[in-house]
Design a binder for this molecule. Structure first.
Ligand SMILES: Cc1cc2nc3c(=O)[nH]c(=O)nc-3n(C[C@H](O)[C@H](O)[C@H](O)COP(=O)(O)O)c2cc1C
Length: 265
């Protein structure tokens, strides 16, 4: 089949998911692409995907599921039996039911997933003293994403009618495992280091951060994605809540062994 346009759709607070789907798109090759970034509060609420457009969707795994806010924002998609590539990005622990959940989300939006992948991104909680998947996706991951894109191009070229073709099988179970739930914490602002530059404000996917006389984070809105921490040039935002610090330590001790991307075609 002939694809007129690629729609590159991501929710990606710390930008690893976005980098992976950008590399997949460049592997697919010479088809015009537009970017739909669902990360920020101004994300579109309706997104039509035509039958001759390819949706490439990349979202992070939170607690073995699609990040809840990604799932909410993906509800904007209205496909038309449109082909899709679904990709989850996880922090070198596991992706569990996330890819199956993303497949279900895509199918409910009238997309037809033809290819799927699980790639590794630096864990949101990773830091210099407790690295987990640090620096990923790295050049090896991005080369794998690019090669995946080339395989997707071949698969699409072989398909006449996407509605009668070979769908993709992905791992996972239904009912899905329990998701992340509300996290009753927010990163802590280290006042002595904060220069009130405001870089963290637009990095926040929920608009939870405000700057009046000082930086404040609304704990009820915060999803603890760590985008503010990773964007702060002064290291003035930190993980201070004990349960998250314990989780970070557990990840550091148990998820050091490098995992590799997995693809499903
Ligand atoms: C609340 C939360 C839960 C997470 N749960 C998982 C998980 O279950 N498995 C995993 O390997 N990584 C997990 N991660 C790490 C992210 O999946 C990983 O860092 C991903 O690369 C983030 O994507 P982004 O850069 O597009 O935001 C979690 C991160 C957060 C913030």
């Amino acid at each position: 089949m002939k694809i007129k346009k690629i729609r590159l759709i991501s929710f990606s607070p710390t930008r690893t998911s976005k980098r992976v789907i950008d590399a997949i798109a460049s592997g697919i090759g010479d088809i015009p692409a537009d970017t739909v970034d669902l990360t920020y509060p101004d994300a579109v609420s309706t997104l039509q995907i035509a039958a001759d457009e390819l949706a490439v969707i990349g979202v992070p795994v939170y607690a073995g599921r699609v990040a809840p806010l990604a799932a909410t924002r993906l509800a904007a998609i209205k496909g038309n039996s449109s082909p899709a590539v679904i990709v989850v990005i996880y922090g070198n622990r596991e992706f569990e039911d996330a890819l199956l959940e993303l497949k279900d989300i895509a199918e409910n939006a009238a997309l037809i997933p033809l290819a799927a992948g699980a790639f590794i991104g630096e864990h949101s909680y990773s830091g210099p003293a407790t690295p987990v998947g640090a620096g990923r996706p790295d050049s090896v991951d991005l080369a794998a994403a690019n090669a995946f894109g080339a395989k997707i191009r071949e698969k699409i070229a072989d398909i006449n009618d996407v509605t009668t073709g070979r769908g993709v099988h992905v791992p996972g179970n239904r009912p899905y495992k329990d998701g992340v739930g509300a996290i009753p914490f927010a990163p802590k602002v280290v006042e002595a280091q904060c220069t009130q530059c405001g870089i963290c404000l637009p990095a926040c996917p929920t608009g939870a951060i405000s700057l009046d006389s000082q930086i404040a984070i609304d704990q009820d809105l915060c999803i603890f994605c760590c985008a503010c921490i990773k964007n702060c040039p002064e290291d003035a935002l930190t993980i201070a809540a004990d349960p998250i610090k314990q989780k970070r330590q557990w990840l550091y001790e148990n998820c050091a062994e490098r995992k590799e991307p997995r693809i499903y075609l």
